[in-house]
Ligand binder design. Structure first.
Ligand code: GLP
Length: 245
């Protein structure tokens, strides 16, 4: 389903409804919420926080699963996705910090990182899978950190970040040299296993990626095109992000 709304604030409100519906209609006692980072879902998180404050939503028994994490940032680095999610999601949404799961990017060898990625898949499975996965989209069509060329059935694993993504994300660091070169990300196959996908995108910078993802061929060259394959995927867009549709 593709929902096009006038402003980013409308996108946040409507996407929050789709997320809350997905978490509460099925009524799992300990729902698992898949969490994206980046600027796109911030308005949505603010709406969810408001729903928590009014008692409409209760995440105190939920579990959060991050999409991805940088490799090699020191523990507690403010731009590590664990810290970002603790700050922007756990506190405001009342999701207990010990219920937040993030891929482990601290491994020092390939074998350690691979073991951490496999462990992450086991944790998602042990939670019964993700009920609702919140997604943003990269300007190059990436999902999580699944860059163009990612296998459509991939699982959580180490990936090299593209130059485009490192430049896009340099705004969060002192400079491009401080942006990690690698990450651990849920695979596209992992994302597709979630029961519901909710993609949010706003602004003209996302228009090409959104058009390729939703109306282009299902192809590894646009990882977000896997949304077309999912039985319960909703894209909530503002008019400028939908301009290429
Ligand atoms: C990052 C994240 C993605 C996110 C993307 C878009 O690279 N790993 O999960 O969707 O950026 O970010 P933004 O929403 O800030 O445009």
């Amino acid at each position: 389903e593709v929902l096009v709304l006038p402003t980013p604030a409308d996108v946040a409100r409507r996407a929050a409804e789709v997320v809350i519906d997905g978490l509460t209609v099925a009524g799992p006692p300990e729902p698992a919420l898949g969490l994206a980072t980046g600027s796109s879902p911030l308005g949505l998180y603010a709406e969810l926080a408001a729903a928590v404050r009014t008692g409409r939503l209760d995440l105190s028994r939920a579990r959060g699963f991050a999409l991805d994490e940088y490799v090699g940032l020191p523990v507690g680095h403010p731009q590590s996705y664990r810290e970002v999610l603790l700050r922007e999601v756990c506190g405001p949404l009342g999701l207990p910090a010990d219920r937040l799961h993030v891929p482990d990017g601290s491994g020092r060898t390939e074998a350690e990182l691979d073991a951490g990625a496999a462990e992450y898949e086991r944790r998602i499975a042990a939670a019964g899978g993700v009920d609702v996965q919140i997604l943003g989209i990269g300007a190059n069509g990436h999902l999580g950190f699944n860059e163009p060329g990612s296998a459509l059935s991939s699982r959580t694993r180490v990936k090299r970040l593209s130059d485009r993504t490192r430049h896009d994300n340099a705004r969060f660091f002192a400079g491009i040299d401080d942006v990690p070169t690698h990450c651990v990300t849920q695979g596209l196959g992992t994302v597709l296993d979630a029961r519901r996908l909710v993609l949010v995108a706003s602004g003209p910078g996302k228009a090409d990626a959104v058009a390729a993802a939703l109306e282009g061929p299902l192809s590894a060259s646009c990882p977000a095109s896997v949304l077309q394959w999912h039985a319960d995927a909703t894209a909530v867009l503002d008019e400028s992000a939908a301009a290429g549709l």
